[in-house]
Design a protein around this ligand. Structure first.
Ligand code: ARG
Length: 579
């Protein structure tokens, strides 16, 4: 409805001398379609125009008849009810969409760099469901921002530093089985970490040993550093398998250790700005004014912390990478940490602190259970993904046994199912993951959306507009929007009008998804598009329709295809042309 609202707002603006953007907010959609497609209440105008709202409505209803989009305008009390001329609407909307005037891309972010902190798993620990959600949501947000002209930096802030490495090193020397570690590095290293905590309960000197080992690492001891490097390497090897499968790319992979030589400067700057207070031997920034507990910067033994590394990282992103907006896609449990981080940056006098944003998300549970790596329960993400792909393959072999590139297609569908399942829920909500539901071809699933896309491709293939197993990122139908064809078309039926409205509204949803940093708006909208298209496909002939209706219906099939494709691309999901 966005375009139609815009036209009404623009037609009204000169008549009432109020900005069209303000008028847009006042336009309503009548609860009963029979009353009209749009309604405009005249109450607010009564003050400025010093007339009764009824009189204003009567006057404007007459003046608005000049706009060809409105078939019928009628004053009902203080309201103007407007019926849209569906053919005019179609013409108008297609013109906009074919020219991509703000439809799939826009330029609101031109010249602005956003750093998106995403994924950021911890070395020597399994890639958790939380890291999966961060990777999926962060990627979708980066894709969304890029459609709006922003430069999006995709930064993997690997957890490769901290006292836990001292603990793992101690456990490695005490209980490590080198062969087992070589076979299943992450699993074994994580088991050592779990073991350390168990043993330390009975033997508190272990904690001390752990701290000493981390100190050796911080001081650059060669043997310790080599061991640490190896842990980083084997962990990355595992993570990269997951990234390859998900199709995740990063512009920067910078672990916490990257900031080791950048932290003294941060501490000095804090000190020069008189922000450091000594508390029980440690250096902290007091945040009482912001109603937050103090932010710990340096421990009494001189060790820096997670927050210190995040401060250095934020300044690096701002100064060196040129980002003026910093987004952090990290689970809700780190809310306080980010509040403190942003409060410290504000206190240091950085204006970009107001453009820092923690983007939290809810837990992903499997079979109703939360997974904890501390206790050693691990859901192997790789296994979930492999299983999803295997099931997608089964369905393909059953539905379309001769499919040419069945392996890639099964991969796109299986992985797409897991991603879509995540992104269709408002990110803040918990997700209960069920593989059965996620890979189903029916219901609100990724495969259903991909299948609808493939169906549109197939129609266009049969019309000779697409060739086998290819799809195109541009229109494959000829432009339709001219008055002569329009005159020959019959009146636009409800099903078609509904499809047009749903597709037309995508442009507004895309911008809203960016403003609210919520890719689920895209996922939900594309489900509506699929539903509208499938109804259109089942109830109206496309290839067998008479011209120019056939041309129109192919055009709408093409528009549907491009919209689903754009949505899937934003979500980071593949769009096979044939399934
Ligand atoms: N590695 C951290 C964890 O798994 C997440 C890091 C998030 N990013 C950041 N800049 N703090 O808990």
């Amino acid at each position: 409805m966005h375009f139609f609202k815009e036209i009404l707002a623009k037609s009204l603006a000169p008549l009432v001398a109020i900005d069209a953007n303000i008028l847009m907010e006042w336009i309503e959609t009548p609860p009963d379609k029979r009353l009209g497609d749009l309604a405009f209440p005249c109450f607010q105008l009564a003050k400025t125009m010093r007339q009764a709202p009824q009189a204003i409505a009567a006057d404007l209803a007459v003046k608005l008849t000049n706009e060809p989009l409105f078939k019928q305008t009628e004053a009902v009390g203080p309201y103007i009810n407007l019926h849209i001329d569906r053919k005019q609407a179609l013409l108008h909307w297609l013109g906009q969409m074919e020219a991509d005037r703000d439809f799939f891309t826009s330029r609101r972010g031109a010249g602005i760099t956003v750093a998106i902190d995403l994924s950021s798993p911890n070395i020597a620990k399994p890639f958790s469901m939380g890291h999966l959600r961060s990777t999926i949501i962060g990627t979708a947000l980066a894709n969304l921002l890029e459609t709006d002209g922003y430069r999006a930096l995709r930064i993997n802030h690997l957890g490769d530093w901290g006292t836990q490495f001292g603990k793992i090193i101690v456990a490695y020397h005490r209980y490590g089985d080198v062969e087992a570690i070589k076979q299943h590095p992450i699993q074994e290293l994580n088991a050592l970490y779990v073991r350390f905590h168990e043993e330390a309960e009975a033997n508190p000197t272990l904690e001390h040993e752990g701290r000493a080992a981390f100190k050796r690492l911080e001081d650059g001891d060669q043997a310790t550093t080599e061991l640490w490097r190896w842990m980083v390497a084997v962990s990355l090897e595992e993570f990269n398998k997951t990234y390859a499968m998900l199709g995740t790319r990063f512009t920067h992979v910078l672990g916490e250790s990257f900031y080791n030589d950048k932290m003294d400067a941060v501490v000095e700057e804090l000190s020069a700005k008189h922000l450091l207070t000594v508390s029980e031997g440690a250096e902290v920034v007091m945040l009482d004014d912001a109603n937050l507990p103090p932010c710990l910067i340096r421990k009494s033994d001189g060790a820096t912390l997670y927050a210190t590394r995040d401060l250095a990282a934020a300044l690096y992103r701002y100064r060196t990478l040129g980002a003026t907006r910093l987004w952090y896609v990290v689970g809700g449990e780190q809310r306080l940490h980010f509040q403190q981080l942003f409060a410290v940056l504000r206190r240091m006098g950085y204006d970009f602190a107001d453009h820092c944003r923690h983007i939290p998300f809810g837990l992903m549970k499997i079979g109703g259970k939360k997974m904890s790596t501390r206790k050693g329960q691990i859901v192997r993400l790789q296994e979930v993904l492999d299983e999803a792909v295997r099931r997608a393959r089964e369905i393909i072999d059953e539905k379309n046994p001769g499919l040419a590139n069945a392996t890639e297609t099964a991969q796109a569908i299986g992985v797409g199912a897991v991603i879509f399942n995540d992104l269709k829920t408002n990110r803040i909500h918990e997700i209960n993951f069920s593989l059965d539901q996620a890979v189903a071809f029916e219901g609100e699933t990724g495969p259903y959306v991909q299948y609808t896309h493939a169906r549109a491709c197939s129609v266009l293939r049969k019309a000779g507009l697409l060739d086998a197993s290819h799809d195109s990122d541009g229109w494959v139908t000829e432009p339709l929007a001219n008055d002569a064809t329009l005159a020959e078309l019959p009146q636009v039926d409800d099903i078609t009008h509904d499809l047009i409205k749903t597709i037309a509204a995508f442009a507004e949803t895309r911008k809203r998804a960016i403003d609210e940093a919520d890719p689920s708006l895209i996922a939900k909208h594309v489900l509506d598009v699929c539903q509208a298209f499938n109804r259109f496909y089942h109830e109206l002939p496309i290839l067998n329709a008479e011209e120019p209706l056939r041309h129109l219906r192919l055009k709408l099939t093409d528009a549907n295809r491009l919209t689903i494709r754009a949505a899937l691309t934003i979500l980071g999901i593949g769009h096979p042309a044939e399934i």
